[in-house]
Ligand binder design. Sequence first.
Ligand code: GUN
Length: 292
Amino acid sequence: MELIDGKKIAADIRTEIAATVVELGKSGARRPHLAAILVGDDPASSIYVGGKEKACKEVGFDGSVYRYPASTTEAELLTAVGFLNNDPDIDGFIVQLPLPAHINAQNVIRAINPAKDVDGFHPVNIGKMTLNLPSYLPATPFGILELLKRSNVETEGKNCVVLGRSNIVGMPISILLARNSKLGNCTVTICHSRTKDIGLVTREADILIAAVGKPHFVTEEMVKPGAVVIDVGIHRIPDPKSKTGNRIVGDVDFENVANKCSMITPVPGGVGPMTITALLLNTLSAFRKDFD
Ligand code: GUN
């Protein structure tokens, strides 16, 4: 079994981005600028946004965070989005999800200028992605494609099973892997809460992508011998053996599944570091106006 080292691959890509930023600077360009809007104080969201700020510094981007209280109204948030849409110093921005329940996230996403939508969540960008046109790709699926590419995983003609159909991961990665493109051409099956016998489907997977949001959901008997397993989950579970009393695990029962597959992403250190890195790649594309 080979570990797919997301931490190392993400670091390699960030070094490449930093070198590009230095080159751009030499030709007199300003630094690329990524902004994030954070509403409320969801601890996981604060950690993600903090990670984005740190990553921007690391590669020489400008990074800004606009923090709003949980009581912010949808109208106020739409105004904030309008400001960033019109700020020429900001190349791309994201609105951190989830938003408080009183705000309709789709209304907010639709208000983002598609040219600055580095999350790739706007219907225009989802449409372009689906039509195989150049566009921003949602960060986690984009990160997964980079992991597969840089680990020399052949996708063409492979059976790929995706567990989960979220707008952020399951839906876009299913589309990307089925596209007629170099990192696509898979036969993709999506499993979700209404799938009758998930194990029956997953046992056919040459590439298994777990994005269900349930710790240790994927067990050894659900995996075909020699499969490539990509674990998108990230959960903190109690662990009396650990000093802190808990530990981070994924959607896959790593200890048992690792013996059976050919390649697997660890949690932490697999898909996680790739997500922010993919967002940096999208920001570089926004700066260069690659998709205008
Ligand atoms: N929350 C969890 N993942 C993401 C993401 O990729 N983008 C945004 N905006 N929010 C998230």
